[in-house]
Design a protein around this ligand. Sequence first.
Ligand code: ZN
Length: 286
Amino acid sequence: MNELYTRVSSTTKRALYQFMKDHEISLLNYHFDYFFQFCIQENNIQVLSHHFSNHKIEGLTVVDGLGTSFSYERDNPKVKQNFTLCHELGHFILKHDGSYFTESIDNQENLVEREADIFSAVVLMPDIVLLSKIYYSCDTFHQVQNSLEVSKQALFYRLSDFLREYYSDNEGEATQAIESYIEGKNSFIFHLFHDIREQIIEEFNQFKPSLINQVKQKVRKVGFTTSLEYPDLLNQDNWKAIKASSINIKTWLVYNKGKSIAYVWDKEKFSDEEARNKAELQLLLM
Ligand SMILES: [Zn+2]
């Protein structure tokens, strides 16, 4: 169990933490939906709701000629729907083999299902966010549960699995700390977080915002940016990857009197000439 948990949670954090850095997501206002929406837009995934009167199917992933779609039981409580959606995203991001995944009470022991559950728990309640809320912001169990929109049970299990990764030789202590945290006494859990906080922060800070993602996001927002904002754009080796990241993105360079500006634009928002004029204006003002 532990090895599986560590493996899946570190794969999940690689994708999630890179996203959080690229998009400057606030730790205290974190919500899984930022990451979820980003992933479904990037990958053209459809999200639908369904209803079966016996509630037997909590969620579904279907991959076919039309693409990928997730669906969730619309009569389930919101916290359950959130867990299901992140679970379905887990099958996709963890590249599970198959074109059909069904969530029901009967298949919880299956390995890919357990992996998707771990993915979901980590995306809903990332280590760095738990540290920020519980240790730095001193939020109560109830506040954490509400702000992340998870069930009491999901937060309890997530904290157990998470603390068990660090305190594997003393699981009893971790469980006791969580139980007293639920009752409103946070000194015990505070102490456990205190001793592992640097490792959690260091793991998060290994990730740096990537040039390509920053530029892409900026261009998506305002249509245009230059090497004045992102100096590494002057290195033309980066252009290929930037252009490959979207069919609408173009890059070019203007120069005058030994100065140059590389610029990137969205061809649907600006014509080549408009983009060039904007870049030349910046060059004039340099
Ligand atoms: Zn599943």
